[in-house]
Every structure is written in C-alpha cells, then in structure tokens.
Design a protein around this ligand. Structure first.
Ligand code: FAD
Length: 295
C-alpha cells in the first residue's frame, strides 16, 4: 500500500472533493482522543464517495463514519475518509433507503414519527448507516441484519447489491471483504406512531439510566458466550479503575470513559489492564468490539 501523495490530493481537488489537513483526531472520534489526521477526505454524495475510493485505490486510508467505535492512534494517521456528510434517504411504503452517512438515531426517530417500526432499537447509538452495517450494530436483542433488506456495496470499481445473508452478518461482524457500504435498504413494518414513539422513549430512558454520558466508544468488549463482558469486569472489581484520563465507567463497566484529557494510549492501557485482570481471575479472554485506527 502506498501513502497518500500530492498526486492523489491534486486528483481529489480536481474532482472537487472536500479536504481538510492537519485535523485533530480528538475532533473526529467520539472518545475525544487521537493524534493528527494529516488528510481528512469528506465526500458529500455517494458518487463522490465512489470517486474517492477509485482515486485512492492502492493507497492506505481509514474509512470511518462517526468514529463512535473507533479509537484513533495518538501518533495520528495519514488519511481518513469520513462518510458522515453523505446524506439522503427516501421512504417507499415500508422500505427506507438511506445513504451511508445518515445517522441511525435520526433515521430511527423519523421513521417512528411516520408510524414505521423496526429501527427503534438503535436510538441513542451514534452510528452512521455504514458503521452500523459494518459492525452489525445491535441492542435490545435486535441487530442491523434483522431490519436490513439489502446493502449497496462498492468494491474494486464494481457495485453489488447484497443481502444480510450474502454479507454473513453475525454478532458485531459483517463480511465486507474490503467493500465499502454506499447505501442500505431497510424493511420496516407499519405500526402506530404512538407505539413507535413509546419504544423510542423507553429505549432512550434505559440508555440514560444505564450508560454514562461522558465521551466513550460504547462497549469495549464483545459478549462472551452470550454473557456481557461487564459481568466479569464488575466481579473483578475493575469499576472506576483509571489510567490517565481514561476510566472504567462506574455506571456501565464495559464502557471506558474520557474523564477529561484522556489519550488513546490511556484507553488502550486501561483496556489491557481489564483484559489481563479478567483473564487472570476467570481464565476468560475478552475480545474487543472497538476498532483501533492506526497506520
Ligand atoms: C454512547 C455509545 C453507545 C453505543 N451503543 C451501541 C449499541 O447499543 N450497540 C452497538 O452495536 N454499538 C454501540 N456503540 C458503538 C458504535 O456506535 C457502533 O459500533 C456504530 O455502529 C459505529 O458506527 P460509526 O459510523 O461511528 O462507525 P465507525 O466507528 O466510524 O466505524 C466502525 C467500523 O465500521 C467500518 N465502516 C464505517 N463505515 C463504513 C462503510 N461505509 N463501509 C465499510 N465499512 C465501514 C470502519 O472502517 C470501522 O471498522 C455505541 C457507542 C457509543 C459511543
């Protein structure tokens, strides 16, 4: 893989793709940490996103949505392509088609207001459509794969429309094989506006009650044989443990929160402390749900 060069940047400029340089990574990740991102590429439409992917073929870059599951290295990275401005959606009967950068929280609330049920489980999850598909995001016993009809994926200059089954979507994984999500079609069901809004309220209320409000990346570790990693972390008395500005949340101990000026290194060191303590005490190896973004 080559690094992004002046030649690539000139080609992106000719195509009128928005670029920012020397961006503070802590402005990008929801944990609020990370070094300098030398080039941030910000396509605004699906067509622009495809042009970016084509232009950067063979170049090392990181593709991100809201970066709510992604910890950016303190050393910084050369290039991030963010889809967060690729917006747009249409509703046709019970089908919602949404561009990769739409917010799942926004889509969940707006479909609920139209009496379409199916996305309420994702309220409060700071996910783009692309990040939620790639992670097969889930909550309250439901996952993205349960409400998706198809996904438009771009790979090696070719577009494919794939189903959740084609993509082998499973617990927090989707087999994209280097493909980029462009758009997703959701199959919802007609319901009552009141019923949908009640679910939204109750899910938001549950999140408020059980999850910290400080900056985080959500759950650090995956479930172990169906059991929440939080159970082991709590039993190991790790609640409230701190390294630098990172802390194992008292409210939800599978969250690492930013108490102020936490670095990504603080986060990683705390994550390793939790992992090794749980392993020593229970012989259980915790697997991370979060992604580490590093060149
Ligand atoms: C407060 C809080 C609560 C959370 N609650 C939940 C929860 O209940 N359930 C849950 O599952 N998660 C939860 N999360 C984690 C996170 O929000 C989800 O994983 C979400 O799906 C990530 O979306 P994103 O757009 O931020 O993805 P990013 O973090 O930007 O990216 C995540 C991964 O997806 C890949 N990706 C992003 N866009 C694309 C694309 N277009 N094509 C291909 N790959 C792509 C990235 O390369 C990366 O590997 C929570 C996080 C926070 C901060």
């Amino acid at each position: 893989m080559e690094k992004i060069s002046v030649k690539h940047i000139e080609l992106l400029k000719v195509r009128e793709i928005a670029l920012e340089f020397e961006v503070d990574g802590s402005r990008i990740s929801t944990f609020g940490s990370g070094g300098i991102v030398k080039t941030l590429v910000i396509p605004k439409t699906i067509d622009e996103l495809k042009q970016v992917i084509d232009t950067l073929m063979g170049v090392e870059y990181h593709l991100l949505g809201f970066s709510s599951n992604s910890l950016i290295s303190d050393e910084g990275v050369d290039c991030i392509v963010t889809t967060r401005q690729v917006k747009g959606f249409t509703i046709n009967g019970e089908y919602l088609t949404a561009a990769v950068g739409e917010s799942m929280h926004h889509l969940a609330t707006l479909t609920a207001k139209k009496g379409l049920t199916g996305l309420e489980f994702l309220v409060g999850v700071p996910a783009t459509v692309g990040g939620a598909v790639a992670m097969n995001a889930g909550a309250f016993g439901q996952e993205m794969k349960d409400c998706l009809s198809s996904v438009r994926v771009y790979r090696n200059g070719l577009e494919q429309t794939l189903t959740p089954m084609d993509l082998k979507m499973a617990y927090r994984t989707t087999m994209l094989n280097g493909g980029v999500v462009l758009e997703a079609v959701f199959k919802l069901k007609k319901s009552t506006v009141a019923g949908c809004l009640e679910k939204i309220q109750s899910n938001l209320e549950y999140r408020r009650r059980t999850q910290p409000i400080e900056k985080s990346l959500g759950s650090v570790f995956k479930r172990v044989s169906g059991k929440s990693a939080a159970v082991y972390i709590q039993q190991a008395n790790l609640k409230g443990s701190q390294i630098g500005g990172a802390e194992v949340s008292e409210k939800h101990c599978n969250f690492i929160i930013n108490k102020g000026n936490a670095s990504s290194t603080d986060y990683l060191q705390l994550l390793e402390k939790v992992r090794s303590t749980v392993y020593e005490k229970y012989n259980v190896r915790l697997e991370t749900e979060i992604k580490y973004i590093k060149d």
